[in-house]
Design a protein around this ligand. Structure first.
Ligand code: BGC
Length: 437
């Protein structure tokens, strides 16, 4: 089980690596290809545009050709994208390569959590899907470290090209992994579904229990957008899309993508100190995801979400307060830096992993592919908007204003979780029902 989840989570590693690596590479690409600011920005954001396209296509594909072949395709797309980007003779080809990488990220952000949740036993599903988020954070941290190590020689081609390694592992791994039994029952491949269930769960009693439960959920079979005619499925979609947007508009990627710039605003003057502080952000992000892995199936999704969101709110308020003072130096500077770490740490054990987990849990089987696709699409659109407009927001509203807005949106998220989000701890996927609390 751990192996299945780990291989699928490699999709997360590539997600993190490929979104994180460009921040260091862009400096050298700009120089080599003599890019102006607009082209440099576009080279960064075209990945997110690819993600939006990939996420939109992935759910339908996963429903048509299966979860496993879609993840396999994600691996192939990553591989092609990494090779094209690394060897790009000019900026046009580089843009194509980065767009292709984006499609791979979009694919895997839908199908990796979907696949893991469908093969996992209910009692450890939370931990296994959280592994996916853990892989994203390892990917981001690896990208920071690789950027740092290769910065000396300005080797941006290696920075982008190294993604080939995890892509190959993902492809190799998915070739031998089982297909999701839930998907197989859905398309009527009962005999294979049963043998995959046995391969995963080993004991016959558990397999039979799972099979009964999956079959019951399949009585309401329908295809395409028709599934959203059912009110509870529509409600699940509303919850999925809203939570996916809230995960982004509470500001996490301003710190993940623009960390060094924010440190500079907070009074860190040397570039080395900025890079070190960013590496610390990456480490905190990674380590605190472990809290979710250990506790999400024990204490549940909602308690972790509340704890994390309250922490994020307090940290963002402290950050806004520090920036509102006339001089951000000495003790205030330290408070600002510490607040950023607390903010990232609290995200890492709550809204980070639990979004992906809930997206993979709240849709009934016939709507799962499409529901995840649409919600994930919303997540990437939110990501694009926040990262595109962060610097403009700071220019217009100031740092204090910008961080206050994120803090207020944490409060909105707490209220949303309280009133709309179901607790899904230890339920079989088929037993999960959404209904306003
Ligand atoms: C988010 C990403 C973010 C990452 C940070 C993920 O759950 O979807 O946008 O960069 O967490 O660890």
């Amino acid at each position: 089980m751990l192996l299945i989840a780990s291989v699928a989570a490699l999709g997360g590693l590539l997600f993190g690596y490929d979104t994180g690596v460009i921040s260091g590479a862009i400096l050298f690409i700009t120089k080599d290809f003599a890019l102006d600011t607009r082209m440099a920005e576009f080279t960064i954001s075209i990945v997110l545009i690819g993600c939006i396209g990939g996420a939109a296509a992935a759910g339908g594909l996963a429903d048509r050709i299966g979860r496993r072949p879609t993840l396999l395709s994600a691996g192939l797309v990553f591989l092609v994208g990494a090779i094209v980007s690394a060897l790009a003779p000019n900026d046009g080809v580089l843009l194509v390569g980065r767009f292709v990488v984006g499609i791979g990220i979009g694919f895997s952000s839908v199908v990796a959590p979907l696949y893991i949740s469908e093969v996992a036993p209910a009692t450890i599903r939370g931990s296994l899907v959280s592994l996916y988020q853990f892989a994203i954070t390892i990917g981001i941290l690896t990208a920071y470290v690789v950027d740092y190590a290769l910065a000396h020689g300005g080797e941006w081609r290696w920075m982008l090209g190294l993604a080939v390694v995890p892509s190959l592992i993902l492809i190799g791994g998915m070739l031998v992994m089982p297909e999701s039994p839930r998907y197989l029952f859905k398309i009527g491949g009962d005999a294979r579904a049963r043998s995959e269930l046995l391969r995963i769960h080993v004991d016959a009693a558990t397999s039979e229990r799972e099979e009964r439960s999956i079959r019951e959920s399949l009585t309401a079979k329908s295809g395409g957008f028709e599934v959203f005619r059912v009110p509870s499925t529509r409600l699940a979609l509303f919850i999925g899309v809203s939570l996916a947007l809230l995960q982004q508009i509470t500001g996490i990627n301003t710190v993940i993508y623009y960390g060094p710039q924010i440190f500079e605003m907070a009074g860190v003057t040397s570039a080395t100190a900025s890079i070190l502080a960013q590496a610390l952000v990456g480490t905190v992000n990674c380590l605190l995801t472990l809290v979710a892995i250990f506790f999400v199936d024990r204490i549940g999704r909602k308690p972790l979400l509340y704890a994390g969101l309250v922490g994020m709110f307090v940290a963002l308020s402290a950050l806004a307060y520090s920036f509102a003072q006339p001089h951000l130096s000495g003790r205030l500077g330290t408070i600002a830096l510490a607040s950023m770490m607390v903010y990232v740490g609290c995200f890492a054990f709550s809204l980070g992993p639990i979004l992906w987990l809930l997206l993979a849990e709240i849709f009934p089987l016939p709507a799962r592919g499409l529901g995840m696709s649409i919600s994930t699409l919303a997540n990437w659109v939110g990501n694009f908007l926040v990262s595109q407009f962060f610097l403009t927001m700071v220019e217009r509203l100031g740092q204090a204003g910008t961080f206050s807005i994120y803090a207020a949106l944490c409060v909105v998220t707490i209220i949303f979780v309280r009133t709309m989000v179901p607790e899904t701890k230890r339920e079989l996927l088929e037993q999960i029902r959404v209904a306003p609390a």
